[in-house]
Design a protein around this ligand. Structure first.
Ligand code: NAI
Ligand code: NAD
Ligand code: ISE
Length: 343
């Protein structure tokens, strides 16, 4: 059976997911799109020669009986409304991060899903589907390095746009580390502190960049995460887990090495779309397959809630300069166990 998919938000990542469903993946077909910018939605239908209807908004798209599932790829503040409407309509929904921009918004979504009685929501934390992170997880789970003690990571973008603000270093960027590290360690966070090194001259005047976030987990693992969104040289994601018996490190993306003019090196990617291209393919294929089976297994709305609570504390720590506590509600039974990522 081919899954009929509606897309809410046809910007950068909405288009990229439409491209992969249309050209690379199996079992899904885009049959409906909407965007607050209707011209953008119409342009996507033309660009990808879709046999898809353009609707004026999420509600009218979700009212169509012949749509099995939706992708929510609008900007973050619009996610909650669309996800709640999808649950209300009983449709499966893949929502890009953040699930909602507040922890309360995420709880409204988990409450609606719990009331529905079954998982309908998968959150776009694609790193769990990246082969490098999956290998790190296997190494940790198999105790290859003993107990993990510390993690050092970096999330670097070449540049940030004019609308990017200092808090987005957390809510838009670090949120990937917040999710993937809690999944790697199967542990939640208990505190956070944020420090600012000297500011790069490449950052716009309204923002702090880079930033250093110190997170502590309930199990006592200390994580230092550098966020540097105007690093200029590339899109660079680093993660090193230091354990009692050894260290495991995220592999670099594969690339030929070049020896030339007294230099030796490999290519560094510039675009997030390329760095995690296989992970995006796998997460969306997993969503399509799981909906087909009637049972989602990817990152849950509860993972979205954990990320939002942690991000809220990080933003508070950005402002206070102090160590801030992170406290989660009790995990509801619907979300028992750990959601998987896969290769
Ligand atoms: P974008 O700005 O390129 O696209 C967003 C689109 O949504 C725009 O076309 C906008 O008109 C539309 N939109 C906004 N509100 C809407 C609403 N209520 N209904 C319908 N359409 C609406 O943004 P981009 O980069 O595509 O990001 C979209 C989402 O994807 C964000 O949540 C972002 O955090 C996430 N994202 C995730 C990435 C990942 O690595 N998983 C990478 C980039 C973005
Ligand atoms: P974008 O600005 O390119 O696209 C957003 C689109 O949503 C725009 O076309 C906009 O018109 C539309 N939109 C906004 N509000 C809407 C609404 N209420 N209804 C319908 N459409 C609406 O942004 P983007 O880069 O594609 O990011 C979109 C989302 O994807 C964000 O949540 C972002 O965090 C996430 N994202 C995730 C990753 C990742 O690595 N997982 C990467 C990029 C973006
Ligand atoms: C963007 O929204 C993403 O999700 C990218 O993965 C991230 O690297 C970037 O910093 C965000 O703005």
């Amino acid at each position: 059976m081919t899954l009929k998919i509606g897309v809410i938000g046809t910007g950068a990542i909405g288009k990229d997911h439409i491209r992969r469903i249309t050209s690379n993946l199996s079992g899904g077909r885009i049959t409906a799109v909407t965007d607050v910018n209707e011209a953008a939605a119409k342009a996507v239908v033309e660009q990808y020669a879709l046999d898809a209807a353009v609707y004026p908004d999420d509600k009218s798209l979700l009212a169509q009986a012949d749509i099995d599932a939706v992708l929510v790829t609008s900007w973050g503040p619009a996610h909650e409304q669309s996800v709640l409407a999808a649950i209300e309509a009983g449709k499966y929904v893949f929502c890009e991060k953040p699930l909602a921009t507040t922890a309360e918004g995420c709880r409204r979504i988990t409450d609606a899903e719990i009331k529905h009685g079954k998982r309908l929501v998968q959150v776009g934390f694609m790193r769990r589907y990246d082969s490098g992170y999956v290998q790190l997880k296997q190494a940790i789970d198999e105790q290859m390095i003993g107990e993990p003690l510390m993690i050092r990571c970096a999330h670097r973008n070449p540049e940030s746009g004019p609308n990017y603000t200092s808090d987005m270093a957390i809510t838009d960027t670090l949120i990937h580390e917040i999710d993937v590290l809690h999944w790697l360690l199967d542990d939640d966070y208990r505190s956070v502190q944020v420090s600012y090194p000297r500011k790069t001259r490449h950052a716009l005047s309204h923002m702090r960049d880079p930033q250093v976030v110190l997170l502590e987990t309930n199990g006592g693992v200390l994580i230092t995460a550098e966020i540097f969104v105007n690093c200029r040289y590339g899109y660079d994601i680093q993660c090193e887990v230091i354990g009692e018996d050894g260290i495991v490190k995220l592999p670099e993306p594969s690339s030929i090495s070049l020896r030339k003019e007294a230099m030796f090196g490999t290519r560094i990617l510039m675009d997030w779309k390329d760095r995690f291209i296989e992970a995006y393919d796998r997460e969306i294929q997993d969503f399509i397959d799981s909906v087909g089976r009637g049972e989602l297994q990817g990152p849950t709305a509860w993972d979205g809630y954990i990320a939002a609570v942690t991000a809220d504390a990080c933003v508070k720590a950005q402002e206070s300069g102090q160590r801030e506590e992170i406290a989660l509600d009790e995990k509801p039974a619907l979300y028992a166990g750990q959601a998987v990522g896969q290769v």
